[in-house]
Design a protein around this ligand. Structure first.
Ligand SMILES: Nc1ncnc2c1ncn2[C@@H]1O[C@H](COP(=O)(O)OP(=O)(O)OP(=O)(O)O)[C@@H](O)[C@H]1O
Ligand code: SF4
Ligand SMILES: [Mg+2]
Length: 409
């Protein structure tokens, strides 16, 4: 059943009725995954017989973040910004161009195929499209049981009982293990995909837009299921989505990506109440029930101008500058660092500020040793705290954009 008129408001109303409160942040949780300066450049080949490399798609370009143990980080941004590539790097479907991904004391980025095999059990992926991600010629039993067979975890005769148990956990009839994917609805298929991802008891699940192919009413059910599973099995999530409404419910912490970079990352309350990046502010203005600060007494949708530039040849300096209403000279010359500006808040913008309260002068000049136009400035103070601009986690001090000083928590 498709219901075109159901809004995100209705979706959350439905969730609330089912008794699921938004997931909470545990600031003391240790990271299960630490990603540092991760890059993925896909070669662009010239047509013809000699397929020379003529450029690179900079799909992911130097991102750093952490996913807390048993917690969930949301990853949001427009189509093509590098979300799926990030997920595929973490699950090592791709080998990164550079950077590191620390998980369980090992760097996933550098592990060989053989070394990866045991780690794959701990890091699983749920795919966006429940129609193409399941092999139509295999029964549900063999799809969900395949990882057990591949990893040789339980004796053959115990695979089917385990499969039935998993089907029950995700709310499917265990007696349907002999059926084929086309005998199930979209929501049920996604439950099969979730059961498959759970088969090996993962510690981290990368969920790549797990509900965006589903009707809104089914989306709520699947999100609730994921939340139940997270609590029950203590699984950490990297939850990829277009929809800021869905991420808000599931993720106590959210990173916003634009053209291969993270432009803002914060705990849910901070990101939704006081976003400091013009791109986040524009994305949030499209979410109907977010009480974002009003400009001039009005709360308007901020329309993004123009198209997303090509990741083969991204704009110099700040990648968002070609669509940013605040852009000035410095934005074309100097890339803004992802700077910690609060206890759990980082932003990459020379003019970081609350909606409608952007500073007139760039806030980053003293830190970067440049003048207001982005030219080197010998009289400027030395860069203060490199950690505040490069770390994957949070420091207990940060750069206060109002006073332009480093303050302690
Ligand atoms: N295997 C590949 N080879 C070359 N380019 C790729 C490959 N995979 C992705 N890209 C490019 O990398 C960029 C990021 O793609 P990605 O799929 O990660 O975006 P996304 O944020 O997941 O988008 P969507 O919301 O549409 O799923 C895009 O420009 C895409 O065309
Ligand atoms: S750095 Fe400049 S162009 Fe980039 S988001 Fe900030 S104001 Fe806009
Ligand atoms: Mg994608």
């Amino acid at each position: 059943m498709s219901d075109e008129t159901t809004s995100p408001d209705d979706l959350f109303h439905e969730m609330a009725e089912q008794g699921h409160t938004a997931a909470k942040l545990d600031p003391r949780a240790k990271p299960v995954l630490t990603v540092e300066d991760l890059r993925m450049y896909f070669p662009v080949k010239a047509p013809g017989l000699v397929r020379r490399t003529v450029g690179h798609v900079q799909a992911v370009d130097g991102i750093s973040f952490q996913v807390p143990e048993g917690g969930s980080l949301g990853l949001v941004g427009e189509s093509g910004c590098g979300k799926s590539t990030t997920g595929r790097l973490i699950t090592r479907l791709y080998k990164p161009t550079s950077g590191s991904m620390q998980f369980g004391g090992r760097d996933l980025a550098t592990l060989s195929k053989r070394e990866l095999k045991p780690v794959r059990r701990d890091v699983q992926m749920i795919f966006q499209d429940p129609y193409t991600s399941l092999n139509p010629r295999h029964t549900v039993g063999s799809i969900v049981g395949a990882p057990l067979a591949v990893h040789d975890i339980v004796p053959k005769n115990q695979i089917m009982p385990r499969v039935k148990e998993l089907l029950e956990v995700v709310g499917l009839n265990p007696e349907h293990y002999n059926r084929y994917p086309n005998e199930f609805s979209g929501g049920q298929r996604q439950r099969i995909g979730i059961a498959r991802a759970l088969t090996l008891n993962p510690r981290l699940l990368v969920a790549d837009e797990p509900v965006s192919a589903l009707d809104v009413s089914i989306q709520a059910q699947v999100i609730n299921l994921l939340q139940d599973l997270q609590k029950e099995f203590d699984i950490a999530f990297l939850f990829i989505a277009h929809d800021l409404a869905v991420v808000r419910h599931f993720c106590p912490e959210i990173a916003v990506m634009y053209l291969g970079k993270i432009v803002e990352i914060a705990d849910r309350e901070t990101l939704y109440a006081t976003p400091h990046h013009p791109y986040t502010q524009a994305l949030l203005s499209a979410v109907p029930d977010v009480k974002q600060a009003a400009v001039g007494g009005r709360r308007e949708r901020i329309m993004l101008q123009g198209d997303v530039p090509s990741p083969v040849n991204p704009p110099s300096g700040c990648r968002f500058r070609t669509r940013c209403h605040l852009a000035q000279d410095i934005c074309a010359k100097v890339e803004p660092p992802l700077l910690q500006i609060g206890p759990r808040h980082k932003v990459a913008c020379h003019f970081a500020g609350e909606l409608g309260k952007a500073p007139e002068r760039p806030v980053t000049t003293g830190l970067l040793g440049v003048d207001d136009r982005g030219n080197p400035d010998a009289s400027s103070t030395e860069p203060v705290d490199v950690e505040l601009m490069t770390g994957s986690g949070y420091e207990d001090r940060w750069f206060d954009v109002g006073s332009r000083t480093v303050v302690s928590g």
